[in-house]
Design a protein around this ligand. Sequence first.
Ligand code: ADP
Ligand code: MG
Length: 699
Amino acid sequence: MADLRDLDIQYLHGVGPKRAKTLRSELGIASYYDLLMYFPFRHIDRSTIHRVADVTADMPYIQLKGRFISFATHGEGARMRLQALFTDGTATLEVVWFNRAKSVARTLHTGTEYVLFGKPSEFNGKVNMIHPEVDAADNSRASAGGLHGIYSLTERLTNAHITQRVVQQLIATALSTPQAQALPDVLPASVIANRRLMHRAEAIRAMHMPHDAAQLQRAQLTMKYEELFLLELNILRYVTGRNERVRGNVFARVGDLFNTFYRDVLPFDLTGAQKRVLREMRADMGSGRQMNRLLQGDVGSGKTIVAFMAALLALDNGYQACIMAPTEILAGQHYTTVSEWAGRLGIKVALLTGSTRKKAREEIHNSLQSGELQILIGTHALLEDTVQWRNLGLAVIDEQHRFGVAQRAKMWGKSATPPHVLVMTATPIPRTLAMTVYGDLDVSIIDELPPGRKPVQTVMRTGDNREQVNRFIGTQLAEGRQAYIVYPLIEENEKLDLLAVERGYEMMCETFPHYRVAMVHGRMKPAEKDRQMELFATGVANILVATTVIEVGVNVPDATVMVIENAERFGLSQLHQLRGRVGRGAERSYCILMSHNKLSGNTRHRLQVMTSTNDGFVVAEEDMRLRGPGDIEGTMQSGIAFNLRVADLSHDGPIVTIARDDAEQWLEHDPQLTSPEGSRLDREIHLTFDKTHDWSLIS
Ligand code: ADP
Ligand code: MG
């Protein structure tokens, strides 16, 4: 029997070449299978019949049962419309057709009992119904009861007369084909039984036409589970394959540099979390496998020193290391920090960015190849082909979300044995994303801040409080602290946004004439930007007015105030990042979220998340719940397109967890998916993911 995927949609009864073309171009439906996998976005209850007297314009699709009292056509030709009066004895309702008025008028009669199905609307203050479906009451689907799917359709489809009703009929036809009824399961029988899922054919049918809400829920669970199980199988299989394929450099010993640093240089005690993460990395790097680890730690949790100590391990074992940052400012800061530590150990460190001069650059290239240069810090410039290592053993990538998967992969090509890779991010990643988007990375978490940190106090204020806010900034400045004033900037609104930044700058200059104000925004020349940033970082400027260019990583310990203008325009994770710029010294710090007086409930809730917690993980989970995973920073560049058909990572976390556990278990006894059930899974994985996921790129 032909596979449903091989049955061309044009041969389905009721389709034909013309409709097939529209279905293909509008919805990407080319086969029977595609059609059946086009699930409704909601369902309506066709077992209920409403009373005409109860109908209001804000009702969703409803059913009415009764008779037409009169028909009248108005207008001529193409503009002809049909107006009918319908009643069930409780009241009358006007029903209107603008299309095909003539043919509709011919098929309907007064006196016959009909069931209407449509969405009430309002015209001139009166409720009416436009273009309802009409069935003779005695053969109406209403009597069949159950829930009916409502599909997302485009205007082109409706214009081509592919309406809700047509789609429903096409799907019913496709469901009744022998191929659909005999559709084999994809999931192994044991999994279906253990998790009490439905068989595939039954689940797909119930996605469209469930008997009741409970059956629909079970069908949705089944389809979501199936999708996530396949996704996890694919990720985990890839990781296992990589671990077997790729040998890693073995850092067998903890040597002099590491020990000397730990004993004599380390300026503070490591937190328990920092120690744990170092242990996890040492285990990885000593195992003979290549390390691919994601280090998550909130802003200020002390990731840099952990990265540096990992680099020392590489050096102790005769390898080189690099640290790559997304901006020149950040790379520069890392360089300053690391140079100081490294200097006390006699280690040679260099900085390489886009603005490194030719001569210095050549020197770096040479000393890298000779091995004399042990640690290189920089931006994307590290990825250039001219950068050749003697033996790169560890690549640290800071602030992961600015680096795409392809760039991570590029680090690999640099040596015969690929370096261990440590990716660091201060944007906490919700568990469900960690298991899917970043599912190929092992995860370490620094969930503890260095001692003595005072949590940043966050408040919401509006324009009415401007004077009070400025007074507060003044008192902080008087105590020798510094303040950030951050404005949103988006491309679509760039002119106005820049204007706001400049006005903000002027306002600060006027309000605080005795202090120095710096300004940074993305439209400045890099040199000017750096100069302004430098003024603030060195404490010469007391106030920095800026757009989000300062978002990542900048460290100014004396800054204790972060004012965020139009805070409602920022995403939660972004707000959290910005807030992380203060509270880096010993003094208490403040984050002031400025917004409009009138906020929607949703926006207010978002800002309240910020005032109620300092925990980046809570913020990230909430961010994903409110905005969906596609908008979470990093996921867009992750290389895995978010085209999950039924599962929704922001709400289906528990299913992800279960599917991952089950996938792990399955691979234990069928690692290559070679058993009969396994090869069916393998085939389905290819059919489902091949088009969108280039797994070979993931490093
Ligand atoms: P992030 O994780 O945001 O990159 P950093 O590595 O910049 O954080 O660390 C923030 C600050 O905390 C730095 O000044 C760093 O020296 C300091 N720090 C890191 N670890 C500790 C610790 N265990 N005890 C005290 N201070 C620490
Ligand atoms: Mg950092």
